[in-house]
Design a protein around this ligand. Structure first.
Ligand SMILES: [Zn+2]
Length: 82
């Protein structure tokens, strides 16, 4: 599934991954953190962190990782980490 990497048995989410090609950002924090990553990287106002590939992705998939999707993703069963 896009945006997340499942555990080996496919039963739950191992981590959330950035869908932009060439970017190796992953997080266990949740889909909100992933969304923030995409927003920050595609905002030219944020000095130094701007990335054209992320900007292009966000334009092409505008609204794709909206709040509904974030909510959906955050309700998926997740690998428990302590
Ligand atoms: Zn990324």
């Amino acid at each position: 599934m896009k945006y997340c990497q499942l555990s080996d048995d496919g039963s739950c989410v191992e981590r959330f991954v950035c869908p932009v090609e060439g970017c190796d950002f992953t997080t266990r924090l949740g889909p909100g953190a992933l969304r923030m990553h995409l927003l920050i990287k595609s905002d030219p106002e944020v000095g130094g962190r701007y990335c054209e590939a992320h900007d292009r992705f966000c334009r092409a998939h505008a609204g794709e990782l909206g709040l509904d999707v974030v909510r959906y993703l955050s309700n998926l069963p997740r690998v428990q980490v302590d």
